[in-house]
Design a protein. Structure first.
Length: 188
């Protein structure tokens, strides 16, 4: 008789995938300086989901209407789209970025490097005075078995971060970590 039980890693990855598919408005408490990063390795695919108050990334949470605000958002988008520079993996794993998706209810998606919102779909400032950014990053690793860790360079690129809470799931284990400016490594 064939077993239909899922391995712990597979079940955890499915739960992580469901979490990442939750609507963008479904956030936990909004705390300035704090970010959340979920990491999953499934086969050759390394998926990362960043959830952060917008203020950590650009210094404000309102829609970007002025030229300086628009420039700050565009700069942030360019930096985050260079995912391999932000999430530095073990070189031997040979991980390459294949996609980046950035979403914020307070920002015009084109400023983030995304497709334009549908007609009449102007950004709405959600959650009163608080706005978040969700980032989904997908990397393909030629040698995922050699992936030992990820150095998270968000603190260098965005000084608004003070702490990032991490949950990671790989075929071998599940872990949680708290990153700070002087402790940026996720061990896998």
């Amino acid at each position: 008789m064939k077993s239909t039980r899922l391995s712990t890693a597979t079940a955890a990855f499915i739960a992580f995938s469901v979490f990442c598919a939750a609507p963008a408005g479904a956030h936990e408490a909004h705390v300035h300086g704090l970010g959340r990063l979920d990491v999953a390795l499934d086969g050759n695919t390394l998926s990362l989901h960043l959830d952060s108050p917008l203020i950590n990334l650009v210094g404000f949470e309102h829609p970007a209407n002025s030229a300086p605000d628009k420039q700050a958002v565009q700069k942030m988008g360019v930096q985050l789209r260079s995912a391999a520079d932000i999430f530095v993996t073990t070189p031997a794993a040979q991980c390459k970025t294949v996609s980046v998706k950035l979403v914020s209810a307070a920002l015009d998606p084109t400023l983030l490097g995304e497709a334009a919102a549908p007609a009449g779909g102007k950004p709405a400032h959600a959650n009163g005075d608080h706005a978040d950014l969700d980032g989904d990053f997908v990397l393909q690793c030629a040698h995922p078995e050699k992936l030992q860790g990820i150095d998270v360079r968000l603190f260098d690129a965005f000084p608004g971060f003070h702490q990032i809470d991490v949950q990671a799931v790989t075929p071998k284990r599940q872990s949680a970590a708290t990153l700070k400016p002087d402790a940026i490594r996720i061990s896998l």
